[in-house]
Design a protein around this ligand. Structure first.
Ligand code: XIL
Length: 404
């Protein structure tokens, strides 16, 4: 195809002043183009989008569902669930369907029927999946967790390695590029910072964590591997222990890419912006990324304070943007009515009518790297200074969020 630059119409009306006008317009157009390119470049600098995800209850995306009873959608089918998910999020975490109780319900009998449907759903809708979770001390099959069936180290090591290798290679082979990461170990620590009890920990000992990471890496070398933990973003023994564990794994060359911070918080328990950013930068210093993996904001002592909750959802996005090594942001549910905390908890980004809250807009803009001046601390009911993402300085803004 030939590109043509259209000059002024030739012929009788093509006067000298016509050419001058045309030349001026050309100059203006080129100038505006350069300006746009420059401002675009400034806006985009250091602002690669941070993927935004949600937990997905797969059965709620379907009009009829034939999977296990316990995985049926807790609410009647509503097409807005799927629509909201597809529009608002680029990836998802199957809320329960990839847990061991469903994938290996009987020893050595794997069941990928539903999980494959979910991976296919991701593929056709151009979404990726956070695989959640390979090892956890909950939602385990009875044959593994039954207290009257203790394991010896060798047998349980074999069970663990077979499970991880089978599951991770299954998706790597059949759905390449869909399950881009795995929570290899979920909630390994107690509040005191010691290793939490699990059959794995009991029979294999602390080395189960590095063994698991190594096997997952061997089964899919391109998958990002995480340890996922709750309550480890608030200063305290758990936070310190996780940083120490992650540092020691990383410095010993164990294939660990990132730490997932679940962040099931309340306004009173949520860490401050500074606490989050400085903690996450300590992970960056040892070469690890971080992610927010299950964010929701519950009530303090049964008190629902929607404005405070919104401010905290925003705070996490801001921290994720500011830390520099935060590579994912996932909320634990598409919309409030589907939250595991119960309906109408105002815990998430979309309300029970699937309407975006102001925090949804703010979070999206922050994570996509859009310039955004400031937000209002609605909790305090007054303005406050916040970082200006574009300049790194501070700005005060009285109004609520700019809506898209
Ligand atoms: C929760 C699900 O949301 C519930 O539906 C299920 O009954 C229990 O598990 N930390 C995790 C998630 O890592 O897997 C949990 O999900 C929430 C706490």
């Amino acid at each position: 195809m030939k590109l043509q630059l259209a000059g002024p119409a030739s012929g009788v009306g093509a006067s000298a002043s016509g050419w001058a006008r045309w030349a001026r317009r050309c100059l203006l157009t080129v100038g505006a183009g350069i300006l746009l390119a420059l401002t675009g470049a400034v806006g985009a600098r250091g602002a690669s989008p941070i993927p935004e995800g949600s937990a997905l209850w797969f059965a709620c995306t379907e009009q009829s569902f034939s999977g296990p009873f316990s995985l049926r959608c807790p609410l009647p089918y509503d097409p807005l669930y799927l629509q909201t998910f597809l529009n608002a999020f680029s990836r998802f975490t199957p809320e329960n369907e990839f847990k061991m109780v469903y994938l290996e319900p009987e020893e050595n009998r794997f069941n990928f029927a539903l999980a494959d449907q979910i991976a296919e759903f991701a593929r056709v809708n151009d979404k990726t999946i956070r695989g959640h979770t390979l090892l956890w001390n909950e939602m385990m099959p009875w044959w593994l967790a039954h207290p009257l069936l203790p394991w010896n180290r060798n047998d349980l090591t074999a069970v663990m390695r077979t499970y991880i290798t089978t599951v991770v290679s299954h998706f790597n082979t059949l759905f390449p590029g869909i399950v881009t990461e795995w929570d290899v170990v979920n909630e390994p620590l107690t509040g005191m910072g010691t290793l939490a009890w699990s059959p794995w920990e009991e029979a294999i000992g602390p080395s189960y964590i590095e063994l698991a990471l190594e096997d997952a890496h061997a089964a899919d070398p391109s998958a990002r591997l995480l340890i996922n933990e709750n309550g480890a973003d608030v200063p305290g023994p758990k936070s310190a222990a996780l940083l120490a564990l992650a540092t020691s794994l990383k410095t010993s060359g164990v294939p660990l890419n990132a730490i997932g911070f679940e962040s099931h918080v309340t306004p009173d328990t949520a860490p401050t912006l500074d606490e989050l950013v400085s903690l996450w930068r300590q992970y960056a210093a040892v070469g690890l990324d971080v992610e927010v993996t299950e964010l929701d904001v519950g009530d303090d002592d049964g008190v629902d304070d929607p404005a405070a909750k919104q401010a905290i959802l925003e705070r996490y996005a801001q921290a994720c943007r500011d830390a520099g090594n935060c590579v994912g942001f996932t909320v634990w549910g598409v919309a409030d009515s589907y939250s595991w905390l119960g309906p109408n908890t105002n815990a998430l980004l979309y309300n029970s009518s699937f309407q975006p809250t102001p925090a949804a807009t703010f979070v999206h803009r922050v994570l996509s790297g859009s310039p955004l001046l400031a937000t209002t601390d609605r909790r305090a009911g007054r303005d406050r200074q916040v970082r200006d993402i574009r300049t790194g300085g501070t700005a005060v803004q009285a109004s609520a969020h700019a809506r898209n």
